[in-house]
Write a protein that binds this ligand. Structure first.
Ligand code: ADP
Length: 489
């Protein structure tokens, strides 16, 4: 099957979160199954042009503000044969941030135009290459205009019968713009109504995509249910209930070659389930870098090292950790945290880090430090208020670090509580300080009984989190989308 993937980020080229991990790993897993996969994404400033092959010829991309001429350099990954093509337009994409000024909360004011060019450019590229996919896999609001451009502009082209799958990685990010921005997309006003791109009087790209894509999915089965409720639907639950028969949940996998404690070049020592000596070395290095003392063991308590990695936004619950920190440290737990985001959360964390011995925060985005935290901790704290899938818990388990998670979304679908025979982590009923402290206390009790904890670590490390299963589920969705499109024509 020929699959065109349209995304705003992908490992190893540009990453702000889990979307990039998925768009880096899923194409490879699909290629391993024998499919022909091409990924299209913007060329941001951080992607070195010298590492890319030049495109055939400049690509003219129509927009409501005239044609934008883009370069289309590409790179074929030698490991998988997957081709990445980059939509290159320096005035639009040659910036420091992917979606907005680094560190800021607002998006760039021309984001509607930027992602119009990505989506329309992806379709123009197919014409330029004479390569027509069987299915187009769109990711998040940034790729949500693809089904509309197919509908409005490709009705008589070789792309006319191409179905789309829209994957929602986070329902809260919708690409909302003022109504006038519709003009930028080049789409006519007839598409701006309750069945189309209009939502609450404005332009809402994700809403439009959810209304028009052939099939929809989110990144875990539980989140697929949750976004159909007013609590987590972010205003689009009605539309999702209407499309419930077309909406699926596919739990993400992880790139088990990139995330493997036995081979990870970013770790000071490597290890696997048969010997955790290397993990202890990683813990020592992590404590040293955080300025935390080695556990003395003299007071008879299990002195666990707990970590957090993530965007500092309300969703992820770093504020819950801030509230719990004094009591966790008083109970003998050391805490390290790595994240960037909301300014208020960043300053709370800086203040806590300088005040509280036993707690250290890095306000940074640091891939290599993230690997060390997954490897060096005993526990990974994820008091998320909602979580579409969550990858951190999957990385943590693979590195023998037990996740402490809220009972929601993809966390529920991937972590079993210590109270169960198949337990691989600690599940909290809700994202509250009390529940988090209680779960960490349970972990401390288990740590005082090593055979129980060791069994969990072994189970966590041997959990199959690879992409094979999910890639097969995506292929089944692509086939279903093809059938659906044929039937509806
Ligand atoms: P989301 O996409 O909602 O941010 P996910 O759990 O799906 O959350 O994916 C987060 C990814 O981003 C993981 O690979 C995680 O290790 C990485 N990550 C998040 N924050 C940081 C950071 N400050 N430094 C390094 N990696 C980070």
């Amino acid at each position: 099957m020929r699959v065109l993937m349209v995304t705003s980020e992908a490992v190893p080229f540009a990453k702000t979160g889990g979307l990039a991990d998925v768009c880096g790993a899923l194409p490879t897993a699909l290629a391993d199954l024998g499919h022909d996969v091409r990924v299209v994404m913007p060329r941001y400033r951080q992607i070195d042009a010298a590492t890319l092959a030049p495109g055939l010829a400049p690509l003219g991309v129509p927009t409501g503000e005239g044609e934008r001429w883009c370069g289309v350099p590409s790179r074929r990954l030698s490991s998988s044969g997957v081709s990445f093509t980059f939509i290159e337009h320096d005035a639009l994409f040659g910036r420091s941030g992917l979606y907005g000024p680094s560190g800021g909360v607002d998006g760039y004011p021309d984001n509607c135009l930027r992602f119009t060019v990505l989506c329309r450019g992806a379709l123009q590229l197919c014409h330029q290459l004479g390569w027509f996919p069987d299915v187009i896999h769109c990711h998040d609001w940034q790729a949500s205009l693809v089904p509309w451009f197919l509908h409005a502009f490709e009705g008589a082209s070789s792309l006319a019968a191409t179905p789309t799958l829209l994957t929602v990685h986070n329902q809260a990010y919708q690409g909302r713009f003022a109504a006038e921005e519709l003009l930028v997309t080049g789409l006519g006003r007839q598409h701006f109504d309750w069945r189309g791109l209009e939502h609450q009087g404005g332009l809402n790209l994700l809403k439009g995509g959810l209304a028009r894509a052939t099939l929809l999915n989110t990144v875990s089965p539980t989140y697929a249910q949750e976004i159909q409720t007013p609590e987590l639907g972010e205003g689009l639950d009605g539309l999702l209930r209407y499309r419930a028969a077309d909406l699926r949940g596919v739990l993400n996998g992880i790139d088990t070659a990139l995330w493997d404690p036995a081979t990870d070049p970013l770790l000071p020592a490597r290890y696997d389930a048969s010997s955790l000596t290397g993990k202890a070395t990683c813990a020592r290095e992590l404590r040293w870098r955080a300025g935390l003392p080695e556990p003395s063991g003299s007071d008879g308590r299990a002195q666990l090292l707990a970590g957090f990695i993530g965007r500092l936004v309300l969703q992820k619950g770093a504020d819950v950790i801030v509230d719990a920190a004094d009591r966790l440290v008083a109970a003998g737990v050391q805490v390290v945290l790595l994240g960037t985001g909301d300014e208020a959360q960043e300053s709370d964390l800086r203040a806590l880090s300088s005040r509280l011995d036993g707690f250290h925060a890095w306000i940074d985005f640091d891939e290599s430090l993230a690997h060390l935290i997954y490897a060096g901790c005993d526990l990974l704290l994820m008091p998320s208020r909602y979580e579409p899938c969550g990858l951190n818990q999957l990385y943590a388990m693979r590195y023998g670090t037990l996740p402490v998670v809220t009972d929601i979304g993809g966390l529920r679908d991937s972590v079993s509580d210590a109270g169960l025979p198949e337990g691989t982590g600690f599940v909290c009923a809700s994202a509250t300080t009390e529940d988090l402290i209680e779960a960490v206390a349970r972990a401390q009790v288990m740590a005082a009984n090593p055979p129980g904890l060791d069994g969990m670590i072994q189970r966590a490390m041997s959990r199959d989190s690879g992409w094979d299963r999910a890639a097969q589920q995506y292929v089944a969705l692509y086939e279903e989308a093809l059938e659906r499109k044929k039937r509806d024509q």
